[in-house]
Structure formats: C-alpha cells, structure tokens
Design a protein around this ligand. Structure first.
Ligand code: PEP
Ligand code: MN
Length: 342
C-alpha cells in the first residue's frame, strides 16, 4: 500500500501516519521523500489495513493498494529516479553512465595497484575486485580475503576511486563493509535473503546481481528486501541468464539487454550491465557494452587485467585496459545521443 501525502504535508502529518500504521496494524513503513511529495509505503501483511480510514488522516492525499511483490521499489509507488552518490560518483537518473572496472579477483598488491592506475587512466569511475570469490571448484583460486580488501581499499584511495567487492556470506558482511564503498551481492546469492538483509543494514550502497535463473519479478522482489531494511541505495546489475538449447554454447550466459528498459519502467532504481560475465568472451565486451548503453543502462561493470591470459580467474572474458578506454569513450558518445532523444 502507498500513502501519498499532500505536497504541503508537515513532518507531523507524516509522523502521524507512520505511528498510526505501526500502532494499529503492527506494520513498518518506508518513507520516500521526493522533491514535491512524500510517499509512505507499508511493510508487512497489509490485508487488515483500512485504507479508506488512512486516507482521512490529516495531510494525506490518497492511500491505495499496490499488489506487486516489489511495491517499495516500484515506479507506481514512487516515480522519481533514485540517484546514488558514492564519493562524488553519481549512478542513476539522467547522469552519464558509470564505469566500474577492475580484475575478477585481487591477486596481489602489485596487481590491483597497477590495474587501478590503468583503469583510472582509461576513465573508470569505480574500482572492482573480488576478495571472497564464489567458485564452483574448491581447487580454484578463492581470493585473498581480508588481505585483498586492504589492497583494494588502498588502491581506490590512491586513485580517488570508490571501490566495490563481493560479499559472499553473511559472516563476512561487516568485514567487507569496513573496506569497500559498495557491497556486491553476486548472482549465486541473489536469492539469499539473510545476506541481502544483513548487507542492507550496513548503510552502504548495494549492487545486486540478477541470478542467471531469475525472472525480472524475482530480481526486483529481492531488491525489495534490501529497501525494506531502510536502504534505498540499491544498484541492480544484469549479468546474463542461462542460455537455452543443447548445442554448442557460444557464450557463457545470454545477456538479457531487454531487461534494461523493462527494469527502468518497473523501478526507479539504477540498472547497470556486466557484459564480462554476461558473455564470458573478451571479443564481445565492446559490442555488448555499446548495446547496453544504447538500451539505457546507467553503467557497466567490466573485468580488466593487464595480462588476461595469466589471470587467476575469468581470463577469457577480461579485457586489456587500453580496450577499456575505447569502450568508455564510445559509450559516452552513445549516452549523448540517447540524451538528445528527449
Ligand atoms: C563477479 O562479478 O565477480 C561475479 C562473480 O559475478 P556473478 O555473480 O555475476 O557471477
Ligand atoms: Mn569474474
């Protein structure tokens, strides 16, 4: 349910609605303050709520039911784009696309510092690097853990870039939050509600990746979980879904670019695209990056390494920093063209 306050509603009016639904129905609320109007969402089982009664409270313009499972993140609930600002980098709305780049995994201090410098010079805004890697095989490189996070934080500081790293387990949430600016929840954990809720409680932006088997409705429903914790700084990331058919697969996953305009219609949260995991192929990063920005993505996340063939994970999909510059330059031009469309 959404309670839309009148444009001139006072703080007292808002507080009265919040108190009313808490005391009368035992529900929590989510207060979204827009430029002109405030909208209050109810969290929990709202079947018993008498919204005609709610609509009579002072300062309330209207109260209505939204049945979608992802009502708090829905544009029907709140129409204004969410712009997330991280150390001066703005993601979402009409801002130019943001470029997140870095290695799949942090391998050493030298490696992350060198990549940080090279992606910074190529025009990247945010530095990525995995320290707790989700790996299929226990015999693969698992990441450097806290040591890796220390290097990542220092490299980000050195080049003035905010940082992002994946938090794979609830038990690492506080540790990862101590070092990075954005907490990444990987595709394998998109359904992990305890992890999402614990990450959201850190009061840091979250990047939630779509699971390779998830519908858009499921994806947004798990973003809703973070927002229901009072954290609206959720960046969505399309990273490819499972390909169909039994023949030879030419890509690691199928990058679902139609999800970008669909998600932009459904929610006010920013949506970025990861063409690296989405394709698994270095030669496809350039065309799919261009297509993602043309489709309206708010940014890209790209895996970069100065020596992809020696990388400890995901070498085949990592590009060289000089190729990153080419992608960023062309994507900025595509963004300009999109902006002139009105
Ligand atoms: C990653 O971005 O490091 C990663 C493991 O991606 P995904 O969760 O999309 O597989
Ligand atoms: Mn990777």
């Amino acid at each position: 349910m959404a309670v839309v306050m009148k444009p001139g509603a006072s703080e007292e009016d808002i507080e009265r609605v919040v108190r009313f639904v808490r005391e009368k129905y035992g529900l929590r609320t989510d207060v979204s303050r827009g430029e002109f109007q405030t909208v209050i969402g109810l969290i929990g089982d709202e079947d018993r709520v008498d919204f005609e009664r709610l609509a009579t409270l002072p300062g309330v313009e209207r109260a209505y039911r939204i049945t979608s499972p992802y009502r708090l993140v829905s544009r029907n609930f709140f129409p204004e784009d969410r712009v997330i600002e991280i150390k001066g980098v703005k993601i979402g709305g009409n801002n130019r696309p943001v470029f997140i780049a870095g290695p799949c995994a942090i391998e050493s201090k030298e490696q992350i510092f060198r990549i940080a410098r090279e992606v910074y010079e190529a025009g990247a805004d945010i530095l990525r690097g995995g320290a707790f890697k989700p790996r299929t095989s226990v015999h693969s490189f698992q990441g450097l853990g806290e040591e890796g996070l220390e290097y990542l934080a220092k490299a980000g500081e050195e080049y003035g870039m905010p940082t992002i790293s994946e938090v794979r387990s609830e038990k690492h949430v506080e540790l990862v939050a101590k070092y990075v600016d954005i907490l990444q929840i990987g595709a394998r954990n998109m359904y992990n509600q305890d992890l999402i809720e614990e990450a959201a409680r850190q009061k840091k932006p979250i990047l939630l990746k779509r699971s390779f088997g998830a519908s858009i409705e499921e994806f947004l429903s798990f973003a809703e979980r973070a927002v229901a914790q009072g954290n609206k700084d959720v960046i969505l990331c399309e990273r490819g879904i499972l390909p169909i058919g039994r023949g030879r697969q030419f890509t690691r996953y199928s990058l679902d670019l139609s999800a970008v305009p669909v998600i932009k219609k459904e929610t006010y949260l920013p949506i970025i695209v990861d063409p690296s995991h989405g394709t698994g192929r270095r030669d496809l990063i350039y065309p799919m990056s261009k297509a993602a920005i043309a489709a309206g993505a708010h940014g890209l996340m790209i895996e970069v390494h100065y020596n992809p063939d020696e990388a400890l994970s995901d070498g085949p999909q990592m590009i060289h920093p000089r190729d990153l510059k080419k992608i960023i330059d062309v994507c900025k031009k595509i963004y300009e063209i999109n902006s002139t469309e009105g």
